[in-house]
Design a protein around this ligand. Sequence first.
Ligand SMILES: Cc1ncc(COP(=O)(O)O)c(C=O)c1O
Length: 349
Amino acid sequence: VPVEVERVAADRWEHGSSLDLSLESGVAQVPWTGRSESLWGSGRDAMRGLLAWGRAEHGWRRLLVPSYYCQEVVEALQIEIAVATYDLRPTTPRIDPVDVRDGDVVLVVALFGARPGVQVPDGAVVLEDHSHDLLAPWAIGSDAHYAIASLRKTLPLPDGGVTWSPRGLDGPPERPMTPEHGAVALDRLSAMILKRQYLAGASIRKEAFRKIAARAEARIGRGAVSGISAYSRSRLSTLPIEAWREARAANLEAFRGAFGGAPGVHILDAPFAVTLVFDDPARRDAVRAGLLHRRIYGTILWPQEDPVIPIGAADLDLSRRILSIHADQRYTPADMVRVAGAVRRVLAG
Ligand SMILES: Cc1ncc(COP(=O)(O)O)c(C=O)c1O
């Protein structure tokens, strides 16, 4: 009789880094039902597919993105359209309407899933990015012209992005999966399966799947615009997205409760992850390194040291003080209490 292996063996406990394969299933809820969605190879493929279509069909000429955004994504978008920034960071609410001109598309990003309070004057096209919290009330109730999401940031899928129109406008037709993307998706799926086995205690070296994952990450979203893999297309409809969203919220609460507060650091009010904002960049670096020793892998979203587009001093400064700690469905509140204890100990020196 096969014995159900423990999801994570005691000596393999770690926290963060890329998602491993999940076999949980349920009925997926999504914000795009009946709203002309198209599935793509990644978030970048989704945006590029939409922008190429909008340029040809609607004369879109320029994309305005938040000044605080992923530079690798900006680099990919520049293949399709001229990109400029408007001032927006997760720590500063924006009051003034975005300054737009004819042919502009404004990318409104729910940064770390927080409600994006951005005003866009009539006449410009609004494109929302809901990658960090797919089922947020403002994603479901949106009246933006178009929306996109990367599916692989919150869901255990090897690839995937989506475009839809909250207003029910026509959107770009899907494209086939390219052979290059197929190879990347296979690598990512392989790394996810191997990681799951590693965590469960199998005799797999961590470097084996980390190398495959890194190779895939370096290539995803960079070639010709691709459609989604057959695996992710089918699996998407069986993911218990709502239950996982609730698990994430409970994990964030568990962290907050166990962490309390500490001088020189605060937690951002946003649902994607435990996002710590430090007063001092050196403190952030020290905490990140201390957590790494305890096999807790914090992420910097996003490094701005080498921007492909001019950004503000405040954006660069924030990127040096920020640290995100995963809080997704892989973890239990007990894991988060353990992580909060580790952060406190590292802070205490
Ligand atoms: C908010 C946000 N939007 C879009 C993307 C692009 O998604 P992908 O990496 O799947 O191309 C990312 C991640 O890079 C992201 O964090």
